[in-house]
Design a protein around this ligand. Sequence first.
Ligand code: PLP
Length: 405
Amino acid sequence: MLERAKSLDAADPLAKFRERFDVPGGVIYLDGNSLGCLPRATPARLEQVVREEWGRDLIRSWNSADWINLPQRVGAKIAPLIGAQPHEVIACDSVSVNLYKLISAALRMRPGRKVVLSEAGNFPTDVYMIEGLEQQGLAERRLSDRGDLLEALDEDVALLLLTHAHYKTGEVFDMEAITRAAHDKGALVLWDLSHSGGALPVDLNARNADFAVGCGYKYFNGGPGAPAYAFVAERHHSDAQQPLSGWMGHATPFAFSDDYTPAPGVDRLLCGTPGILGLAAMEVGVDLIAEIGIEPLHSKSQKLSEFFRQCLLESGLDLELVSPIDPAQRGSQLSFRHEDAYAICQALIARGVIGDFRDPDILRFGFAPAYLRFEDMAEAARHLAEVLETEEWQRKEFRERAAVT
Ligand SMILES: *Cc1c(COP(=O)(O)O)cnc(C)c1O
């Protein structure tokens, strides 16, 4: 398979982008869906922001380096990658905080309805943020299994909150059909794009989405804890009011008024002073993904994951796949169920193959197409087969759990 992998790499139109990332030697990185790799341009850009814009120009940089518009600028660059208009997206805060703002905004837009419906087993922060609003008496949380969501959608539902590509299985929702079903019941829809933005085609406006949030440090390679992004469809710009009424979301923050007037459009999603270092790093990652293009990335991601599956099959491994077998139905990942998934994952990491484990029994491999090679697929599959055949994972050191798994 290694020979085939090498010829696939030789014919890969995206192969040249690997050197734009600092992929460490001796590592096969299958965790770009948790923390994307460092773009080579990021350290120099940060050095410039720190030494020149901050160190030398100090407060003047809010104007001279246009720091003040950085959340909008990065948002506008993400917009075409998720099917939005530039003025519908802003980069700020974390996914969790943006969920809070947009769930609250949706509840205010549907007076008389309190139910926020989501999928049982959705990413924890999504369901916890609903729970927090429930504890304040502002929402009623309803969780439903994936297959029963449409039945759970009734006239009490103010908002349907779903993750487009599931973080564990990679299963992708039909955004258009689900959004339409929710609208038919008078509900709004908020899509979490954390596992799709930057890797899969997302067409928010063509699917008539109301709101979306997404992650900066996964496929956008913005760095650990990078700012997230949030989308509000233009038709909701005057009605959507978020509760974190900080001064940066004010229509005229530097008028220093005693009264809050929300800024027009998505600018009102801002709360406090934006983190410029984080946004500057994020911009480099977004620029690079935009340069490569979502369609080529998606096409390569499907080929990588299919090749990885073939390599596993050829080595005779019969692992239980929990991701959809059809690449069109899944995100840029493959997940397998094994009762010793944690120890297997640790044994692989010791060999330099970094995937991740998701409680209780999921072994997850992310295929960030911007910097992975087919060769990496063949090698990772070989290591996985060896770890399983030799039962290397049984070693005691692979069974001790660290704080972050
Ligand atoms: C990674 C991820 C998040 C991250 O939320 P933060 O607030 O940025 O930590 C949220 N939702 C989903 C679905 C994710 O995969």
